[in-house]
Design a protein around this ligand. Structure first.
Ligand code: SF4
Ligand code: SF4
Length: 91
């Protein structure tokens, strides 16, 4: 069977995160306390959806359209300035 070039070896082509909008099905969302953030970039690096942007070493607001509410960012934050909250409270 002929394989698609961009799926060879089970790998998915780059840039497909933009197709995985999660805005309507996540059950938790991260709440970021910007005042406590020390811009360590741990959350930016560890986010599996690449939905925490940063510009020139400064963390920016999470793009909730692509966040899946996994809570990894909250776990890795060394100053605990990300808290997970029930999505239903924000609808
Ligand atoms: S909850 Fe998960 S997907 Fe959402 S911003 Fe944090 S690490 Fe990324
Ligand atoms: S892990 Fe916490 S302190 Fe580090 S950039 Fe993210 S929110 Fe800020």
């Amino acid at each position: 069977m002929k394989q698609e070039p961009d799926m060879e070896g089970g790998k998915v082509k780059a840039g497909t995160t933009a197709e995985a909008k999660t805005g309507s099905w996540k059950i938790q969302r991260p709440i970021w306390d910007k005042k406590k953030c020390i811009n360590c970039m741990f959350c930016v690096i560890y986010c599996p959806e690449n939905c925490i942007p940063s510009k020139t070493g400064i963390r920016d607001e999470t793009n909730l359209d692509y966040c899946k509410g996994c809570g990894i960012c909250a776990k890795v934050c060394p100053v605990k300035c990300i808290a997970m909250d029930a999505e239903v409270k924000h609808i």
